[in-house]
Write a protein that binds this ligand. Structure first.
Ligand code: SF4
Length: 666
């Protein structure tokens, strides 16, 4: 019962029935992708490509961790030539993994690599051209001249790929669009798509179709919109090239995983994606397990309970638009999405129990201090709070308990739909109603519509949960209901690394589509994987941390990644590669330690001056390697300190932030 979505906004088979979007099958060596092939896992080396043995050994670790393709940077002809030695050494050691050359700027390196390895990746934003950040006004004929120039320089590579059976990825990067594209489309998803299509049309004219496409951005919202738009445009032009999914410069640790899951997961939910690369500022072998966990979640997904089809996409999937809601006691309206903390399984003994969700009690002054990640609502279920709920926090009780409360200051009920329809007593300010899509009867809709104290808590028990919840949002829009909605998901017993990825996908997809006035995770048991050598799994949580603390941090991080609620500094860090001029992981950690209290400031940490500045996306400040022990600092896209010694660079970065008035003391 697949729906026939109105073609104008179509970007997947169905918004409600899971199926992989069918693309053309493309072979990379002996490992095909696209069509009905499994979602392939890949990553990129970080070693110096001229160091054959180090690159071979890292490649082997990546393959052992689950990579099915390995990408290696080839910035110049020398590195491109050395791919042959790397390939031979790998084959000698029994590793047949297809190799991909990563090309920037230099056609001669690309043309050499295309004769050696199974695939080349070109970035249409910087193939042939060096970016000058010039906003030139192009007349139509000047624009055409530029395209003709690209055609002349790019066609030889296409011909070599055709001759050698080499595949090509046309990989657009939001941060490095050409001046030509920027001047006509800006750094928009449409600009990203057009950037790829310019190159793609040249390939099609040469009757060359061994192509994979990507639309990476460090902002998952932009990335998701660009991929959707790309599929929409391909449908219009009768193309069906496979998609390589990735969020670029995602950073490392928990943030990097959340950003990646949010962007990649949002597309996988709709059946898009043929290969995944998760980019983390960590050793590359740690990327594959994350990508595998994301892909494996969809094995068997087509067996989900049916969801009624959506025939028309009511929101523009290519532009962010927040669903209009009314405000109910600071929930909904123009408020940021609210965070609910679930304490229904934890007995609260003293004020200290709320430290985990951002509330610290100062006994001498009888005051509460709130952190930037203080939860907004606390669900207590049947547990009674043994002290007054702090201002800023709303206590939520099961209806039957709330009804009997002696002191209901700052306390509100949560109802099942039956209780809501039958109860006599209600709060005059805020009543939460728990429901799943099938509860939305005409009668209930009518009751909710006329009650401006209601906030819906939207749950799901469908395996295809996000699309079911999305459909519920569509139903609310159709019925012109502006009641705020808190999205709730239950993950009964789950490994933390899966919780992190699944919840980022489930909440993130709805948030970047403008849905959700609040977020709530409930889980009975979060398990932690033992970090053992050879497993390449990282947990990032301490065994001593409570479930409530872990979930609270996770929800704020998801809201930050979806750019819906900013509660801390944002780091845009390249994953590093053979071009990196300093230890990225160490440097990122050092910068983070000194700046992580700068709420809302975006800092990019990039390994090289060749690609770094172009790929810093919308960072406020850039810390870019420009030589051995040399750093160049940027304010947005402008250089403010050039080639300064790296030992002073963090201090100078802080000076610049202070000059701009963006510094606060920790
Ligand atoms: S910005 Fe980082 S990942 Fe990109 S080419 Fe430079 S060092 Fe490599």
């Amino acid at each position: 019962m697949q729906s026939t979505i109105k073609n104008v906004k179509k970007y997947c088979n169905s918004l409600t029935e899971y199926s992989r979007y069918t693309t053309r099958e493309v072979f990379i060596g002996d490992v095909p992708l696209g069509s009905k092939n499994p979602i392939r896992i890949q990553s990129m080396t970080t070693t110096d490509t001229m160091n054959t043995i180090a690159t071979v050994e890292q490649t082997i670790r990546m393959v052992d961790a689950g990579c099915e393709y390995v990408r290696i940077t080839a910035p110049s002809l020398n590195e491109a030539k050395n791919l042959e030695n790397i390939k031979n050494e790998l084959r000698k050691r029994g590793y047949k993994v297809p190799l991909i050359a990563d090309i920037h700027f230099t056609p001669n390196a690309a043309e050499m690599a295309a004769r050696i390895v199974e695939k080349v990746r070109v970035n249409p934003g910087n193939y042939v051209d060096k970016k000058k950040f010039d906003l030139i006004e192009y007349t139509d004929s000047e624009y055409q001249e530029e395209i003709d120039r690209i055609r002349e320089r790019f066609t030889p590579l296409v011909k070599i790929c055709k001759e050698y059976g080499t595949t090509m990825r046309i990989g657009t990067n939001h941060g490095s669009l050409s001046d030509r594209i920027m001047s006509r489309y800006g750094d928009t998803p449409l600009g990203m798509v057009e950037s790829a299509l310019e190159f793609l049309r040249i390939c099609e004219d040469e009757n060359y179709h061994n192509i994979v496409l990507s639309m990476k951005a460090s902002n998952p919202q932009v990335m998701v919109q660009a991929y959707r738009l790309l599929v929409n445009k391909m449908e219009e032009e009768g193309m069906s090239y496979p998609l390589h999914l990735g969020v670029t410069e995602a950073g490392g640790g928990e943030d990097g995983r959340i950003k990646s899951a949010l962007g990649i997961g949002a597309l996988l939910e709709d059946g898009l994606g043929d290969t995944i690369r998760v980019s983390l500022t960590e050793d590359p072998e740690f990327e594959a397990p994350v990508a595998i966990a994301l892909a494996n979640r969809y094995l068997g997904r087509e067996k989900h309970k049916p969801i009624k089809p959506i025939d028309e996409i009511l929101v523009d999937p290519f532009i962010f638009n927040k669903r209009k809601t009314s405000e109910v006691l600071s929930i909904g309206g123009s408020n940021v999405p609210r965070v609910v903390s679930d304490y229904s399984n934890r007995k609260i003994v003293s004020q200290k129990d709320l430290v985990d969700i951002g509330y610290t009690y100062d006994e001498p002054t009888d005051k509460w201090n709130l952190s930037d990640t203080a939860a907004d609502l606390i669900y207590l279920g049947k547990n009674i709070l043994p002290f007054d709920c702090p201002n800023g926090l709303k206590a939520i009780y099961d209806y039957k308990i709330w009804e009997e409360l002696k002191n209901s200051y700052n306390s509100y009920p949560i109802f099942t739909t039956r209780e809501f329809l039958q109860s006599g007593k209600k709060s005059g300010e805020l009543n939460l109603v728990k429901l799943i899509i099938n509860d939305l009867s005409d009668y209930l809709i009518d009751k909710i519509k006329n009650d401006n104290s209601v906030v819906i808590v939207l749950e799901t028990n469908n395996l295809h949960g996000m699309p079911e919840q999305r459909k519920a949002f569509f139903d609310l829009i159709i019925n012109k209901i502006e009641t705020p909605v808190i999205i709730k998901r239950d993950y009964p017993e789950i490994l933390f690394e899966n919780l992190q990825l699944y919840s980022s996908t489930d909440f993130g997809t709805l948030l970047i589509d403008g849905f959700g006035d609040g977020v709530w995770i409930s889980s009975d048991n979060i398990k932690i994987t033992e970090e053992k050598p050879g497993t390449y799994v990282k947990s990032f949580i301490k065994r001593t941390e409570s479930k409530e603390k872990i979930i609270n941090r996770l929800l704020f991080n998801i809201l930050q990644a979806a750019r819906q609620r900013i509660s801390k500094t944002e780091y845009i860090a390249c994953p590093s590669c053979g071009r990196t001029l300093f230890d990225l992981q160490e440097t990122t950690e050092m910068i983070r330690k000194r700046t992580e209290h700068l709420k809302g400031v975006k800092i990019a940490i990039m390994g090289c001056i060749v690609n770094g500045p172009g790929e810093m996306a919308d960072a406020d400040y850039g810390y870019v390697g420009s030589g051995v022990d040399k750093i160049t600092l940027y304010r947005e896209k402008n250089i403010v300190r050039r080639n300064i010694p790296s030992k002073n660079a963090v201090d100078e970065l802080i000076e610049i932030i202070k000059e701009d008035g963006n510094w606060v003391n920790p």
